[in-house]
Design a protein around this ligand. Structure first.
Ligand SMILES: C[S@@+](CC[C@H](N)C(=O)[O-])C[C@H]1O[C@@H](n2cnc3c(N)ncnc32)[C@H](O)[C@@H]1O
Length: 200
């Protein structure tokens, strides 16, 4: 990973957590989408790139078996302290420690945004490996007209056209179920996309 994602988030983990580390800060449409998708998952759920763990705790409130992984130790320490009944692990979503086909669902909510475009497939391959056939993947991302980098508040991030990211999912073995976008005034601070897919 060329840019220092781990170091950049580690330095600003407390700030990120204070600003965004609560389910109360998420957009109501995103909360509705994630909740409804989670309710249809059969089997354990992985929150991949869980940050402070608020989404993981929400998933755990919907389905008993949810866990989070992130490569930033400060996020995992916070998540464990804040949500002591939910399992959290320090780890890399490009090289998960989990066995094959162990999960019914993976949430990758804004955790692929810092991957260089040609490296997104590493994480997607891992999601495909740890999901059961028919398992669900939900990805949240910054929407854009082209795949291009921008100066995200923490570290360089990438916008993706929904079709381009859907193409990466398709090439990894996922069938696209639905795509959501939010643009214009409703999209503050930035245009947003979400794709739900199932492993073929
Ligand atoms: C924008 S934050 C999103 C966090 C959380 N999903 C949320 O919605 O608030 C991006 C997260 O992805 C994590 N991340 C990025 N690349 C990762 C990798 N290769 N392995 C594990 N975590 C990663 C970062 O550490 C950070 O916590």
């Amino acid at each position: 990973m060329p840019s220092d994602v781990e170091g950049s988030y580690s330095r600003r983990a407390a700030e990120y957590t204070a600003a965004l580390g609560s389910i109360a800060t998420v957009h109501p449409s995103d909360l509705a989408l994630v909740t409804s998708r989670a309710s249809s998952v059969v089997g354990p759920l992985l929150d991949a790139g869980c940050g402070p763990g608020h989404w993981t705790a929400h998933l755990a409130s919907q389905c008993a078996d949810a866990r989070g992984v992130d490569r930033v130790p400060a996020f995992i320490e916070h998540a464990r302290a804040e949500h002591p009944t939910v399992p959290f692990t320090v780890g890399d979503i490009d090289a998960l420690a989990d066995p094959d086909e162990g999960y019914g669902g993976v949430l990758a909510w804004y955790s692929l945004i810092h991957h260089e475009p040609d490296a997104v497939r590493r994480a997607l391959d891992e999601f495909a490996r740890v999901l059961r056939p028919g398992g669900q993947l939900l990805v949240g991302f910054f929407l854009g007209a082209a795949v291009d980098p921008f100066d995200h508040a923490v570290v360089t991030a990438y916008r993706w056209p929904a079709e381009a990211l859907a193409g990466e999912l398709d090439a990894t073995g996922f069938a696209i179920v639905e795509t959501h976008t939010r643009i214009g005034a409703a999209a503050r601070p930035r245009p947003h996309g979400a794709i739900t897919a199932v492993l073929r």
